[in-house]
Design a binder for this molecule. Sequence first.
Ligand code: SF4
Length: 376
Amino acid sequence: MKYIREFRDPSLAKELIKEIRRECNGATYRIMEICGGHTHAFYRFGLVDLLHPHIELLHGPGCPVCVLPTGRLDQAIALSQQDTVLLATYGDMIRVPGTMGSLATAAATGSDVRIVYSPIDALRLAEAHPDKKVVFFAIGFETTAPATAVTLLHARERSVRNFFVFCNHVRLIPAMRALLDSPQTVLDGFIGPGHVSTVIGAVAWEGIVKDYGKGVVISGFEPLDLLQAVWMLVRQLKSGQPRVEVQYTRSVRYNGNPVALSLMDQVFEVRETFEWRGLGWIPDSGFKIAAHLSDWDAEVQFSIQEMPSREPKGCLCGDVLRGVKKPWECPLFDNPCSPERPIGACMVSSEGACAAVYHHARHSHFVRRKLSKTSR
Ligand code: SF4
């Protein structure tokens, strides 16, 4: 397939691997890939094996479904149980276990829960069902926040008064700061997320380099993208001059996407604090809907009780999201936790680290060795 095959060329991949090994020269670098899409690509294309033992990959808090704490999910489930509410959200959210079941189990017991591919689909549902209060359960980083923002502006323009947004959008950079402030975080540099950075720009990472001395290379999602990004990062680390570099130049601009940033500015305000699974409450890390759009804000228009977050018993998602534990170190991995019967969010989402290891373990001697050592 044109424009895909070029990024999966095996001979170029071999050259890059050779170069990475040569640059590492016997050393092992601990690199965190923040984005769940990158985590899956590293496993799916067998790059974890090819980079071992020169590169140890740590999986970061970049899976949007995984980082949402159970308290916010429980609030969405409670909302879906209110009379006349139709709750719309992305497919990945439906099976994530909350404290007392998931949105799927709520649907099975009478809630009207629908999967949508974009917030605009949720707005269309509101227009098609004037008898319903359609709540869009909005999750995700700065990647998906602009789509929610533009949908809210459409709702206002079209005077759709039965459409609401339960806003759970989060901001990545404050979470990265919280992660780096933790003494448990020991790493050499980051593979930066391509999609979030397309919106916020490479410039957003400058503070991480300046304040923490960690290098960042923003990468695309194909195997050659990732290998080139690792190679660039290793060279940076060896030079002792951390900086922000962009490998994914076909998408990421230094100042980001001005249209998307302006839409977010018009629609959102920064929350004082927001809770993350595994990272706790982080100042300035969430968006809420601006006061001038409160007619469409589910948190203002519905009574939504605060709910405490509780991890499922034995689940190590919080540690996995901070890069402190690997999925295979969780005693519940594979038995009983699996994509069919997930116990934690990291096993549900198509961007979750546990799901990545589970789905792609058969391609990886490295993972199979790790799993056999934990005697499963
Ligand atoms: S394997 Fe399952 S229970 Fe363990 S950390 Fe991952 S999602 Fe949680």
